[in-house]
Ligand binder design. Structure first.
Ligand SMILES: *Cc1c(COP(=O)(O)O)cnc(C)c1O
Length: 421
């Protein structure tokens, strides 16, 4: 869609009409295409589509019209020039690393990164990729780690579970100055809170499983090319993909080597569910952020609680930065630690509405003690270095009525205190 068609409408409004404007019958959703092969009227057309001199589809592992409609929505929300979708967020991240890194490449990654992402990078170390994990809350530590072989800098907007907010402005300026690809995982914030491309991120990752889907009913991932990165001078681009418009080099390589060769292809049925979820993204972000801030303030006053980590709290170390980047809404990730003499199990076990589960951006509020579950593999020493104590609880705040949400924690904590007294 060009800017004339969009007019002055905001992104969440434009999103609601994107499919209808492309459909001859005015259907408000793109159709779900189950087809694996796509037939062409003659050999010339078949060849043209394969050689990309004509738009069209070839085989469902590469893409299909339903996924293409979702890609348009992700690009719209990220303010990106194009996006590629995957079966999962990890599919998107692993395809990006696989597409752009080679033996001898160096990566600078936030040390507060999603556990599966750091585990993945450890696997790449086996193939001769060097990785430095640094504190991404300051651009200075990233700068000190850069080497001539640094191919990309990878950070998350808000880290899980510690809620550290990366220095997107500083690292973005640094990467622009050095010509290094800046990759930002926006899963914890979603483009409804921040478009990392505005701070110099060349590629933006979204686990669509999280905020876009929003209901815990489908998995997906996306890589968006914001247009910030100079692909023409990026040594990670294979000569095979250095044809035509240099702005397309990076995503073409990720489409070919990442989706086509790795095969983490999104199913059309899931693309449809994620696209429906995206229609309410902005609304849900408002509600979840308001709920999270209310609960964070309540938890801060409880005697059982030693500390609360939420970027919306004035006590958060990067609160001012979070306000600048996210504009007064701080997302749904909230962590808190019980005091060491207050066992978490008797308290969590008494929650009635809150679900004991791992996931983020679900419609329901979820709670998980992280040391013994998602960070168990890290070991005691690794957890200590990452600032994860045994009483740390991660919450993914949902869309409940805020009074009901706080009442559930209040009754659980009070009942446990009474039983343990
Ligand atoms: C969940 C998550 C991922 C992985 O997404 P999946 O869709 O579960 O594969 C990547 N990055 C972050 C920050 C996440 O929270």
């Amino acid at each position: 869609m060009n800017s004339d068609e969009r007019g002055a409408a905001s992104l969440e409004t434009v999103l609601l009409h994107l499919d209808r404007r492309r459909d001859a019958d005015g259907a408000v959703h793109a159709p779900v295409h189950p087809s694996v092969p796509y037939g062409h009227p003659d050999t010339e057309a078949l060849i043209a589509v394969f050689q990309q001199s004509r738009p069209g589809f070839t085989y469902a592992r590469q893409t299909n019209p339903t996924n293409a409609a979702l890609e348009a929505k992700v690009s719209l929300l990220e303010g990106a020039r194009d996006s590629v979708v995957f079966a999962t967020g990890m599919g998107a991240i692993s395809a990006t690393f696989f597409s752009l890194l080679a033996q001898g490449s160096h990566v600078v990654c936030s040390r507060h990164v999603f556990g599966n992402t750091s585990s993945l990078l450890r696997s790449f170390e086996r193939f001769g990729v060097a990785v430095d994990f640094v504190d991404a809350t300051s651009a200075g530590t990233v700068e000190a780690a850069l080497r001539p072989a640094t191919r990309l800098v990878f950070v998350e907007t808000i880290a899980n579970p510690g809620t550290e907010v990366a220095d997107l402005e500083g690292i973005g300026a640094l990467c622009r100055e050095r010509g290094v690809l800046f990759v930002v995982d926006n899963s914890l914030t979603t483009p409804a809170l921040v478009q990392p491309g505005r701070f110099g991120a060349g590629l933006v990752v979204n686990s669509l499983t999280k905020g876009f889907g929003g209901h815990g009913a489908a998995m997906g991932g996306a890589i968006s090319d914001t247009g910030c990165h100079d692909w023409a001078h990026d040594p990670g681009v294979d000569p095979l993909y250095r044809t035509g418009d240099p702005a397309k080099f990076g995503l073409t390589q990720i489409r070919r080597k990442g989706v086509r060769d790795c095969g983490a292809s999104l199913r059309a049925e899931d693309a449809h569910r994620l696209a429906v979820g995206a229609e309410t993204l902005h609304l849900r972000v408002e509600r979840a952020s308001a709920n999270a801030l209310a609960l964070a303030r309540w938890l801060e006053r409880r005697p059982e609680v030693a500390s609360v980590r939420y970027p919306g709290l004035e006590s958060h170390p990067q609160h001012e930065r979070a306000r600048r980047l996210f504009g007064n809404r701080f997302g749904q990730l909230l962590s808190f630690s019980f005091r060491p003499d207050h066992a978490f199990a008797p308290r969590l076990d008494r929650l009635r509405q809150v679900v004991l589960a791992t996931h983020l951006w679900d419609a329901r509020t979820l709670a998980i003690p992280v040391a013994h579950t998602i960070f168990a593999e890290l070991g005691e020493v690794g957890r200590k270095a990452a600032g994860i104590d045994d009483g740390l609880i991660r919450l993914s705040i949902g869309l409940e009525n805020p009074e009901d949400l706080i009442a559930d924690f209040a009754q659980a904590f009070d009942a446990a205190a009474e039983a343990l007294a």
